[in-house]
Design a protein around this ligand. Structure first.
Ligand code: FES
Length: 274
């Protein structure tokens, strides 16, 4: 059983939860995730490990409450326990020295990006971060990311914070500037955002890494639930990923598979008490 030590609201429907999990805190690496079950027999949900404190034996999870299970999870009060937290799972981010790296986070993807972006400067990279969201309340971790980013650029669709527009607008400006054009881009967020970033960088040959969040069940490569197609080959996001070359991902297939259970999820949500 895993005790919930804190549970804060970071943005609308987005919570930051600190959980006691000393073994996971000791061995996890940036880019890895856990699979959480709130209660016996409950649905398993994959969540990136946003941070860890080895001394305190804790891990930090960022959760977007969009479905029945994630709503139950964010509704777990401090002092209560989660049934299972399995991990760390997945391949750690392959951090190397690229030079100039642009890290792009959209929505909750910004939280997934955080541990990777933090690990980049130690490998000799200069990081520029772009955070995008619908409006100001959806922009998260700007302060935290500014600690190790040369610059943090914010874009909102309604212009309520930063520049009005999309993350790709800010990225295009960087690419057009020879002094700031990146050698690599890491983009994490909604599928349309990751696809748009990959399409923008493709003609320039800029290495582009995306982190995929398909449906996961066991998280160990056994069920096939998380299968994605990358470079024409079937890969399992839980054991081969979650990070892949954005120029090779079949985003159409990913979108279709993510939409598969949407109707079931809506039916389950209707059964929730008000
Ligand atoms: Fe089952 Fe990846 S979640 S194979």
């Amino acid at each position: 059983m895993f005790e919930v030590l804190s549970n804060d609201i970071l943005a609308p429907n987005v919570h930051r939860m600190v959980i006691r999990a000393p073994r996971i805190a000791r061995v996890r690496k940036p880019g890895q995730f856990v699979i959480v079950r709130v209660e016996e027999g409950g649905e398993r949900i994959p969540l990136t490990i946003g941070d860890a404190d080895i001394a305190k034996g804790t891990i930090t999870l960022f959760i977007q409450a969009v479905g029945l299970t994630s709503l139950k999870l964010v509704g777990t009060p401090v002092g209560n326990h989660l049934r299972d937290v399995a991990g760390p799972l997945g391949q750690p981010t392959h951090i190397r020295k690229w030079g100039r790296v642009v890290c792009i986070g959209g929505g909750l993807g910004t939280a997934v990006l955080y541990p990777m972006a933090r690990a980049l400067p130690a490998a000799g990279n200069e990081v520029t971060t772009i955070i995008g969201g619908r409006s100001a309340p959806f922009i998260i971790l700007e302060q935290e990311l500014s600690v190790f980013s040369r610059q943090v650029l914010v874009t909102t669709e309604d212009g309520s914070l930063g520049r009005k527009g999309f993350v790709t607008d800010a990225l295009r400006e960087l690419i057009d500037d020879p002094q700031r054009c990146p050698q690599a881009v890491i983009a994490i967020g909604p599928v349309p955002m990751m696809r748009a970033v990959a399409e923008l960088t493709r003609p320039y040959g800029i290495e582009t890494i995306v982190s995929l969040n398909p449906i996961m069940i066991d998280g160990t490569g056994m069920c096939g639930g998380c299968r994605v197609v990358v470079g024409g080959e079937t890969r399992f996001a839980c054991v081969d990923g979650p990070e892949f070359d954005g120029h090779l991902v079949d985003f159409d297939l990913l979108s279709n598979r993510l939409a598969m259970y949407r109707e079931d999820e809506c039916r389950m949500l209707e059964q929730l008490p008000d």
